[in-house]
Design a protein around this ligand. Sequence first.
Ligand SMILES: [Zn+2]
Length: 126
Amino acid sequence: MAQHFLLSAKSRTLSVRHVMEMSHQEAFYVFKALRWGGDENITCPWCGVISNHYFQRTRKTWRCKDCGHTFSVTSGTIFAFHKPPLKVYLAAIAIYANAVRQELKQFAIKGFVLDKKRLENGTYLG
Ligand SMILES: [Zn+2]
């Protein structure tokens, strides 16, 4: 089973600069990996069936093997019916994810310092 993209080391290196240097094709595949992981995990937003649906290469859409609906990598998301290129959205995601990651680091550091102070003061409750 393939590892989910968000759990991979590759997702931690998604920088804004790297995203803006991508081609539209690369941005499409990264967006697809972010959403579904691998080809076998593509989920139809209409019926929810997870499968390796029929990929329509020229339109960059899939046709569901179960219900027959056509969907894109952004169908059923806030990015559906997008006008800007996918890499603009990827850059926004990278900015957001990096900001959250930085906040979590700061939160963890503050928590560690607070725990250490509580241990020293004898007020640590676990
Ligand atoms: Zn379907």
